[in-house]
Design a protein around this ligand. Structure first.
Ligand SMILES: [Zn+2]
Length: 254
């Protein structure tokens, strides 16, 4: 078993193309490391990638890396020390370090994750709007078409329908969604309605995802560019968990 520390050893940080363009489905890159683990399975690090790793609340992208005579099916993407590692199965001849590759994203999967993730930020807003107070988030998952978010604090009454209604008004209002980079001094001025401020790491620069007029939340995930792309948000369940509550939801097609 190869450790991620061995895979990324002495490599530079990967250029993360998905941070600047969530809609980039294809790119050219260069193999910096190729480690075959067992059989046809192995690890590839490339100089720049369009594939988002599993991190925080967002699951890993899938896709392929290919060059003449060789295809690598990516089933898992991980980040270690700023380096993105693609894990998967090779079909064809071996890769070589320094080789150029073309990468393609499993776009259908990614786009659903983008819609679910933006829906999560909209729900952060809707909960504050309906309950009249903010809650600190504890954990979340923004998966392929469904997700959940957990908050600390007391939730009482049945506000499911009202939260869902407010969220879908935001969807229908077609608000722009975009990312910005701010320093720690600007962070407190720019960020409003963010449930994760209490558990942010200390950084020189923060990436924030803004839904215009709605909220701005520190986030390194991939998002749609307008709330109308999310589609209808259905809240499946709001339930008590531990010291707080969990809201489970789906984003519907069409
Ligand atoms: Zn986020």
């Amino acid at each position: 078993m190869v450790s991620l520390a061995e895979v990324v050893n002495s490599l530079p940080e990967t250029k993360k193309l998905y941070l600047d363009d969530s809609y980039k489905r294809e790119a050219e890159s260069r193999v910096l490391r190729w480690i075959r683990e067992t059989g046809r399975k192995g690890y590839i690090v490339v100089s720049e990638t369009i594939m988002h790793p599993k991190s925080g609340a967002q699951p890993s992208d899938h896709g392929i890396l290919e060059t003449v005579g060789t295809t690598f099916m990516v089933s898992k993407v991980m980040e270690y020390g700023g380096v993105i590692v693609h894990y998967g199965e090779v079909c064809g001849s071996d890769f070589k370090e320094g080789m150029d590759v073309r990468m393609r994203l499993d776009w259908e999967r990614r786009y659903k994750i983008m819609r679910t993730h933006t829906a999560g930020h909209i729900l952060d807003y809707a909960i504050v709007a309906v309950c009249g107070r903010s809650f600190q988030s504890q954990s979340a998952m923004h998966d392929v078409g469904y997700g959940f978010q957990e908050y600390l604090g007391e939730y009482s009454g049945d506000l499911r329908e009202r939260i869902e209604e407010v969220a879908n008004v935001v969807v229908a209002s077609n608000k722009p969604v975009f990312a910005e980079y701010v320093n720690v001094y600007e962070l407190n001025k720019k960020v409003f309605g963010a449930p994760n401020l209490g558990r942010l790491p200390r950084l020189d620069v923060y990436r924030i995802v803004v839904i215009e007029g709605i909220n701005a939340i520190p986030c390194s995930g991939t998002h749609v560019k307008s709330t109308s792309e999310v589609g209808r948000i259905n809240i499946e369940l709001i339930e008590r968990v531990g010291n707080g509550f969990r809201i489970s939801y789906k984003v519907l097609e069409g």
